[in-house]
Design a protein around this ligand. Structure first.
Ligand code: URA
Length: 433
């Protein structure tokens, strides 16, 4: 087989066979196929697309390109959740202890943030002492003992995606549904999930700007899951404004602790209850989502989710004392953005707020950037709320005067106040099974 023939086949709209797809992925990981040919192939996929069977084969070939976790050594049915990424998205931190408290074990590998989107591993790193890297045996033992462990994705899991994603990032081939879907699903499959609940976000702060694009991506991923024998469900959720009120790292852990005590923002809690209910169904703990919603909500009311979160953090070496005693280590410089007029908040642009958080130091400009775990943004108001002229809408936290000035300048373009109450769109647009 020659790579040039396979590039031409895809360029001309052909369907690649399983053997051809394996040849491409294996050759690329082993270094026989070089970046220039892989770039041409990715661009051909970008324009021509792939059939469901081709995407499923690509997913499997990528999943098998490195180490795979075998969770069958543990008891229980493993269900994983994946978010396509957003601003203020701390669902993993809140949802995981809720679901684990209901008896569905969570063995999760998460990522770091890049650009305007945050990452679970950075948020957990703001807890003093928390270890985001565990040896495989330690990780499995913790899942066995606590029912919940969250670690940074190991470099050996899906090396094909690591290499291909970096290439796509610089060749204009990231926004391709077959390539995004196979990238996401290969990581879930290599991590041993039997059930997969996907939170596919749409809107200004998401990868997919429109609901239609998010639907297409969700259907493709659910199709891959079905083809590969994994229970897969996708929730389409809005990311026009940030989720919850806190955006950053330590500041999001604070919000999660409040939510675990029943004082969480309504949108964050609603999304976690819905995703949690679907995870309990996929984990065969309940018969239907109605029963699932009731069970996960109860864990917030009776303190079981909070107890599970504390147990999990302690097991990974973290110390929540500062957080629990409200002796927070947020960044020292603060600035409020005040409403210029009285009125209703028309919108708070998620992408722009994510960008402000990054400028303040909470996010990464490049993979190598060091982040300020105490930096971030707090939203006093959300879309549809009334605000008086001069009342604070945003609070910015950072460590240097120049970042503070840049953040405040950007804040003016991220919020719009107007006289008419805007129509609030539903948080969850659709569930795709
Ligand atoms: N997230 C991923 O994991 N992969 C993509 O290609 C895009 C978003």
């Amino acid at each position: 087989m020659r790579m040039v023939d396979l590039i031409e086949k895809k360029r001309d709209g052909g369907t690649l066979t399983p053997a051809e797809i394996r040849f491409i992925i294996q050759g690329y990981v082993e270094g026989q196929i070089l970046d220039y040919q892989m770039s041409a192939w990715a661009m051909a996929v970008f324009f021509r697309g792939m059939e469901t069977e081709e995407i499923a084969e690509l997913t499997l070939a990528m999943a098998e390109s490195g180490e795979q976790l075998d969770l069958s050594v543990l008891d229980g049915r493993f269900v994983d959740k994946h978010s396509t990424g957003g601003v203020g998205d701390k669902t993993t931190l809140l949802l995981s202890p809720m679901v684990a408290a209901c008896g569905v074990p969570i063995a999760k590998m998460s990522g770091r943030g890049l650009g305007h989107t945050g990452g679970t591993i950075d948020k957990l790193s703001s807890i003093p002492g928390f270890k985001v890297e565990l040896e495989r045996d330690e990780f499995l033992q913790q899942v066995k003992d606590v029912g919940l462990a969250v670690i940074a994705q190991s470099g050996n899991i899906v090396p094909a995606d690591k290499k291909l994603y970096a290439l796509r990032d610089v060749t204009g081939t990231v926004p391709s549904i077959p390539l995004i879907a196979s990238s996401v699903m290969s990581k879930k499959i290599a991590a041993g999930a039997q059930g997969i609940v996907l939170d596919v976000k749409y809107g200004s702060g998401a990868f997919m700007a429109t609901l239609e694009d998010a639907q297409a991506l969700a259907k493709t991923m659910v199709g891959i899951g079905k083809t590969l024998g994994r229970d897969t469900i996708a929730v389409l959720s809005a990311m026009e404004q940030p989720l919850g009120n806190a955006i950053g790292n330590a500041i999001e852990v604070i919000e999660v602790l409040e939510a675990l005590q029943g004082k969480g923002p309504q949108d964050l809690v609603e999304l976690c209850v819905e995703l949690g209910a679907l995870m309990l169904v996929a984990g065969r703990k309940v018969q239907n989502t109605q029963e699932g919603r009731k069970r996960v909500r109860e864990t917030l009311e009776n303190g079981q989710a909070l107890a599970k979160f504390r147990e999990f953090v302690r097991a990974q070496g973290g110390n929540l004392t500062n957080f629990e005693q409200k002796n927070f280590s947020l960044a020292p410089l603060r600035a409020s953005y005040l409403a210029p007029i009285s009125g209703y908040i028309q919108w708070i642009d998620a992408r722009k707020i994510g960008h402000i958080a990054m400028v303040l130091g909470a996010g990464r400009v490049t993979k190598e950037s060091k982040i300020d775990l105490g930096a971030g943004v707090y939203l006093y108001k959300k879309q549809g709320d009334w605000v008086e002229a001069g009342e604070p809408v945003l609070e910015l936290y950072t460590s240097t005067e120049d970042k503070k000035a840049e953040g405040i300048a950007l804040a003016q373009e991220s919020v719009l106040v107007g006289p008419k109450k805007p129509e609030n769109l539903p948080l969850i647009a659709e569930v795709i099974r």
